[in-house]
Design a protein around this ligand. Structure first.
Ligand code: SF4
Length: 984
């Protein structure tokens, strides 16, 4: 059905003979939107791939003519984005031809940060990299630290670091959303975004809490559309009404860092009105398990267990203690409230009882109003809406299924309320407990992996006790160059899983899994540069950074970070001796590096979006996908770029270094190149980077020998592999017999017994006992009251709210909360170089509520100082009612270092754009000890804890301060033009 031709800001059809005849809009059955069909002569070839203009992993179709991309559109058949493409995805063409693209390896010849480099050949670059890594790792592998940013090959990068033998590897989760991931995995065996999504098809009430827009972007656009079409309610809890908030049915403005109190206030009201799914708590969670009440003893706060080690409940039917593994309705009626005495003389209470006492006492709506700024009646109303929707409007799907206890069910019943949280609530020093509160709230409402609720995405959920743990060593002396180390990351189950030496000192450079950040499930990338500068806990020799702009928008306290990167010792040597950066663009981090290995873009290489990593799965089944080489690396003028995909460099480097995983037994290279690696790499027998079309002939899925034609088979299947689960395996997966048996057969889980959800996280209590000196295990915390107090205070097995640390340290003098958000049209620092996206914004403002401005004597567009306890930054104010009065905020990463990212020196990004990170602290003093600026449980960077004061600048010159400059590369200067226009 031809509807009508449409025009675009960039319309490739204008460049072809078949003007207006090659584009058709068709009603798309699956999304209800318009689907585009493209034909005609403006392209010679079409490729299927996966977008990488942000981390959402949407399927794309890429059209190519004369070796250049002429158009990118969404892949209509891709289960994740169903044809939807955002502004960033469409602008991938201009990323390809960014003036900031690197063209050859670089070796620094001037001082760090000067931008003085010489171009070298790849052979020399690899020789230098191998020499630096080998010399350092032969002293001790920990001298090499490899930290990666928003890469999508973390499983492979971690494995590579492990082959060197270093324990110092992590990706970017420490400054992104590890609080949510860790809290989710430890509570329900899965989490949000890549790990779980709302069931938009059935949900009736959807609540988005925090600054979450940049995660799961296109699927959420589709989902919210679906929800609103069916008349569902969308509630947006956020200090700022922006992006998705614009179409929310209700905006609930909240003071930053107080979300945990709000959630627990909702729990209070649910309990008050008995709007709780007791059956769910009984069957699927440990809420009724009995907790020993014996303060001052090593048993305090642990589950009461029988002789076989099984946790116990108190059965009201038989008036006796029974093992909790028999919790099925016909067997037991476990008590949720009360105190009991065991035959051994212990006082015990159900975990729920302890929680109930807390929420009843501490989280009345009136108390929560004082903390959050949300009126008590609003809290009460929203809680009732949630509870009534969940409990009295259940979804019933006529799908028969069998649970792990062998019971057959005629239907699937669901609670149609769902949530989404990510960085907004995570990036606080109370982020882990806040995220925990959300998972507990979902348990109360019974909306976990049930129709209408929040669904897991395979390969999740997983048994919480089976989650990986970091490989334990007791001394760095146990590491050897070329002796594989790993896994690097995971979830410790007790203090004995920490990576500390005999004295309790950290073994990792970033202090992950130390007593300071015991459950640093994603590592702490943000601590690496300060730690290496301070040589605390030790010095390193080679810092490798892949796709992370650690010299600018991915660090805090930038003046300090730049000092760390350029500081020299008494002999005139850099304190961080060697910095190797892998990136495709001339970022600030590249400018502060010694050796630069230029990467290819996402349209120029083979790549696997793997189930071993963060796959593009959907709740209805696992999905993995590829990228493929579509165009040759070239700049806008068509000049060929001598760049290589990092994967190719990794294979060459690993082979050159003689790392065991890259060599056959006879010492010959195991992999021909990166493509060969993607096909043949198997971290465990039969399991590789991609799950589809395994086996020699491509007739096996998930487990099977490598298939030499696997990547081509993906390309033929529109770039992805989707295994839609049969309907009866799509819900209740924690206890779904058929799902768990299938998941075991494809190695997603190790066993088929139920995945019990942790209402109460006993692991945290073990750390608390350690803080009290009562842990009977091997690892004991140092005798430092500052560390011990953190363990005692914050490692609560039940969620609670406490003020962000900054509130205590500087809250009185700095009354406003300051934080950043990612603009919908740019993915952090990646897109200020993109000519099409720069048309939307080239600079940022400080957004402020007009009432706040009036009190401060500030007018719209005044230049102001934003000052925190570590410094100040000058910027321009933009007044908007869309910001709650206690907050100020801005877009992240629009402000740039002058001369970076291929921008001209006069570009607004360097002069009117500003970086809030200059005033975000990188550390905080608590009880006399300086800690990195993170959540005490996971180390998650507390980006959004910053408190500031704002005052009008005397000098209204429209120029930000501080400004930093770097010299652009000579060839980048040659690319500067007045109008950057793509000509296919
Ligand atoms: S949401 Fe992200 S991955 Fe999807 S099209 Fe947009 S930029 Fe690409």
């Amino acid at each position: 059905m031809l509807i009508r031709p449409i025009s675009f800001a960039y319309n490739p059809l204008r460049k072809c003979d078949c003007k207006w005849k090659s584009l058709r809009l068709i009603l798309n059955g699956s999304t209800g939107g318009l689907k585009m069909e493209i034909g005609g002569s403006f392209y010679e070839r079409k490729y299927y791939s996966t977008c990488y203009m942000c981390a959402c992993r949407c399927g794309i179709e890429v059209y190519v003519r004369n070796g250049k991309v002429t158009y990118i559109k969404g892949n209509d058949d891709h289960p994740l984005n169903k044809g939807v493409l955002c502004a960033k995805g469409s602008s991938g063409i201009m990323k390809e031809y960014s003036p900031a693209r690197l063209r050859k390896p670089l070796l620094r010849v001037g001082p760090r940060g000067s931008g003085q480099f010489k171009e070298i050949e790849w052979d020399e670059a690899l020789e230098i990299a191998a020499k630096w890594i080998k010399e350092a790792a032969q002293k001790n592998p920990s001298k090499v630290a490899f930290f990666t940013g928003r890469d999508q090959m973390q499983a492979i990068n971690g494995w590579f670091a492990g082959q060197i033998g270093t324990l110092n590897w992590a990706a970017h989760g420490g400054f992104c959303s590890v609080n949510v991931a860790a809290a989710g995995l430890m509570s329900v065996g899965y989490s949000f975004w890549e790990f779980g999504d709302p069931d938009f098809e059935h949900t009736k009430y959807f609540m988005m809490i925090g600054v979450a827009e940049d995660h799961a972007s296109n699927p959420f656009k589709l989902g919210i559309q679906e929800l609103k079409r069916r008349g569902g309610k969308f509630v947006f809890v956020n200090p700022v009404r922006w992006s998705y908030g614009a179409i929310a049915d209700e905006w609930v403005p909240i003071k930053p860092g107080t979300d945990g109190a709000f959630i627990l206030g909702l729990a209070h009201v649910l309990f008050k009105y008995n709007l709780i799914d007791w059956e769910f708590l009984k069957e699927f969670t440990n809420a009724p398990w009995l907790v020993i009440q014996a303060p001052g003893t090593p048993k305090d706060g642990l589950f009461y267990r029988n002789e076989e080690g099984k946790p116990m409940v108190f059965d009201k039917k038989s008036n006796s203690f029974k093992p909790a593994d028999r919790i099925v309705p016909e067997d037991l009626d476990p008590a949720f409230i009360g105190e009991f005495e065991t035959p051994e003389g212990y006082k015990v209470r159900p975990a729920f009882d302890i929680f109930a006492e807390r929420i009843v006492k501490d989280y009345t709506p009136e108390k929560v109003e004082k903390i959050t700024g949300i009126p008590a009646e609003t809290i009460e109303r929203i809680a009732k809406e949630l509870g009534v929707t969940a409990l009295y409007n259940p979804i019933e799907l006529p799908i028969e299924w069998t649970d792990v206890w062998g019971r057959k069910h005629k239907k699937m019943v669901g609670r149609p309320v769902s949530f989404h949280i990510m960085r907004g609530i995570a990036s606080h020093t109370n982020g882990y407990q806040t995220a925990r509160a959300v998972f507990v709230l979902m348990m109360l409402l019974g909306c976990i992996d049930r129709p209408g609720g929040h669904l897991a995405k395979p390969p999740y959920p997983k048994h919480i006790e089976d989650l990986p743990k970091p490989k334990k060593i007791k001394s760095l002396d146990e590491l050897e160059f070329g002796k594989p180390y790993g896994p690097h990351l995971g979830i410790p189950q007790s203090p004995d899983d920490l990576l500390v030496d005999e004295k309790g000192n950290p073994l990792r450079i970033d202090r992950a899994y130390s007593w300071e950040f015991p459950i640093a499930a994603h590592g702490c990338i943000q601590n690496v540069i300060p730690a290496a500068y301070q040589k605390d806990p030790y010095d390193i020799e080679v810092l490798m950074i892949y796709m992370a702009n650690m010299a600018w928008n991915s660090s805090q306290n930038i003046p300090y970070i730049l000092e760390a990167l350029t500081a020299k010792d008494a002999s005139g040597n850099y304190i961080i001796p060697k910095i190797i950066t892998i990136d495709a663009f001339y970022s600030e981090m590249v400018a502060y590096s010694d050796l630069v290995l230029p990467d290819a873009t996402y349209l120029e290489q083979w790549f696997a979006l793997s189930l071993l990593d963060r796959p593009p799965s959907v709740a209805s089944g696992p999905v993995d996908a590829i990228r493929q080489p579509i165009v040759e690396p070239q700049d806008l003028k068509g000049e060929k770029l001598d760049v290589l995909p990092w994967g190719e460099v990794m294979v060459r480097l690993g082979t050159k270094l003689g790392l065991p995983g890259f060599l056959n037994e006879d010492g010959t290279p195991k992999y021909k190149d990166w493509k060969d690696f993607l096909i043949n790499w198997q971290p465990q027998p039969g399991v590789g980077a991609l799950a589809g079309w395994r086996g020699k002939n491509g007739d096996k899925h998930f487990v099977g020998e490598p298939n030499p034609n696997q990547l081509e088979m993906y390309a033929k299947n529109k770039g992805f592999f989707y295994y839609p689960l049969p309907e009866h395996m799509r819900y209740y997966r924690h206890v779904n017999k058929d799902y768990l048996e299938w998941a075991k057969s494809v190695k997603f889980v190790k066993r088929t017994d139920p995945i019990i959800m942790n209402f109460y996280v006993e692991t945290l209590q073990k750390f608390r006992l350690a803080g009290q000196g009562l842990w009977e295990g091997e690892n004991q915390p140092p005798n430092d009251p500052a560390i011990r107090e953190r363990l005692v205070r914050y490692f609560d097995p039940l969620p609670f709210w406490y003020p962000p640390f900054e509130e205590e340290v500087s809250g009185k003098d700095y009354p406003l909360y300051a934080f950043t958000k990612r603009p919908q049209w740019m993915y952090h620092s990646w897109d200020s170089q993109n000519a099409w996206l720069r048309q939307i914004s080239t600079r940022n403002y400080l957004y402020m509520n007009p009432k706040t401005a009036k009190k401060l004597g500030i007018k719209h567009l005044d230049w102001v100082w934003v000052e925190s306890r570590i410094g100040r930054v000058k910027c321009q104010v933009f007044l908007t009612e869309c910001t709650e009065p206690n907050s100020v905020w801005t877009w992240n990463a629009i402000g740039k270092m002058i001369g970076a990212w291929g921008l001209k020196p006069e570009a607004e990004e360097g002069h009117q754009g500003f970086l809030l990170n200059h005033v975000i602290p990188h550390s905080i003093k608590m009880n006399g000890k300086e800690f990195y600026y993170g959540d005490p449980i996971t180390g998650h960077l507390a980006w959004f804890d910053t408190k500031v004061r704002v005052y009008k600048a005397e000098d209204q010159t429209p120029e930000t301060y501080p400004e930093f400059k770097v010299e652009p590369l000579p060839y980048i200067k040659e690319r500067w033009v007045d109008v950057l226009r793509y000509k296919p």
